[in-house]
Design a protein around this ligand. Structure first.
Ligand code: GDP
Ligand code: ZN
Length: 295
């Protein structure tokens, strides 16, 4: 009987993957199991020559995908490709200022996570510049989503963020410049060393400080950070599915007159009624309408 063991995919640089198996880190060829991404769980089998082989990819509980950029630009059909697997939590990062606080970006990332079956959290960064907790609470307070406010400059809120992340495999998504890399750097203190260890193992020889892969910042708590996740696009999010990003609207849908109500101009719409009565924040509804127009 060949001996089997479980391993976790840390990083991928085709055709090689870096795996963590117990306390060991190993780098092997993808071979017959392809298209692995950080966060994938695999089964290894020891072969006669002592080099383990990946024999199976364990079914994914969730997968974050992106559309291939080229195909999108050419206007052709694009296929989604995986960027991370088994993600428990998608932290939507928005900065309080510089760049400005943009709820419409947050709404889109919310939808993206919703479509991928990944639970959301909201992290408002750059709290040293100003606070956006009132805006965030007004818009998203009614959702079942943790909201934290942090600054990597002063360290404020970082423990709250750690509490949200603890025990989970998380990704940070959000516009460029909001502070995602700074957060990863603050949470994974020896990030630079680890990145170099991986690049030494992968033999690329590049002393890159660009993180790319899965980082366990505490046993059982991991962050997956790759260029693919950092630039996750929200452009392809389909309009017809937009309403699923607004879960509190969706819950009211059964009370709308029309079964396929888009809660825009339809009469006898339960969502519009709750906006009128103030139960649903006007800002949240405006954000929904804006998104419907833009998409
Ligand atoms: P990313 O593109 O989302 O990865 O953002 P970065 O982490 O590269 O940060 C973008 C810029 O914001 C950099 O100049 C950071 O130094 C700055 N920055 C990040 N976090 C904070 C923060 O908490 N406060 C302030 N004032 N600046 C920050
Ligand atoms: Zn409606």
């Amino acid at each position: 009987m060949p001996s089997l063991s479980d391993a976790l995919v840390i990083s991928v640089s085709h055709p090689f993957v870096t795996l963590r198996c117990g306390t060991d880190t190993l780098r092997i060829a993808e071979d017959q199991i392809r298209d692995l991404v950080p966060g994938d769980k695999v089964i290894l089998e020891d072969s006669e020559d002592g080099i383990p082989m990946i024999v199976e990819r364990v079914a994914r509980t969730s997968v974050l995908t992106r559309m291939s950029g080229d195909a999108m630009r050419r206007g052709g059909t694009s296929r989604p490709s995986a960027v991370a697997a088994n993600v428990d939590l998608g932290v939507i990062v928005a900065s309080a200022d510089r760049p400005a606080f943009h709820p419409r970006f947050i709404d889109r990332y919310l939808l993206l996570l919703e479509l991928e079956n990944v639970r959301p959290a909201l992290c408002v960064t750059k709290a040293d510049l100003r606070s956006r907790m009132d805006d965030a609470a007004a818009l998203y307070g009614s959702l079942d989503m943790p909201i934290v406010e942090v600054s990597t400059v002063t360290g404020v809120g970082m423990d709250d963020l750690r509490n949200v992340l603890r025990g989970k495999t998380a990704v940070f998504v959000g516009q460029s410049g909001v502070g995602k890399s700074s957060l990863v750097g603050a949470l994974v203190p020896d990030l630079e060393i680890r990145t170099q260890e991986i690049s030494a193992k992968t033999g690329t020889g590049r002393h890159t400080t660009t993180a790319s892969g899965l980082y366990e910042w505490e046993p059982g708590s991991a962050i997956i950070d790759t260029p693919g996740i950092r630039t996750l696009s929200i452009d392809h999010v389909p309009k017809g599915q937009l309403r699923f990003a607004f879960r509190e609207f969706e819950a009211l849908s059964e009370h709308c007159k029309f079964r396929d109500c888009l809660h825009a101009r339809e009469p006898k719409c339960a969502v519009q009624e709750e906006v009128a009565s103030g139960t649903i924040p006007r800002a949240r509804y405006d954000s929904y309408l804006r998104m419907m127009e833009e998409t």
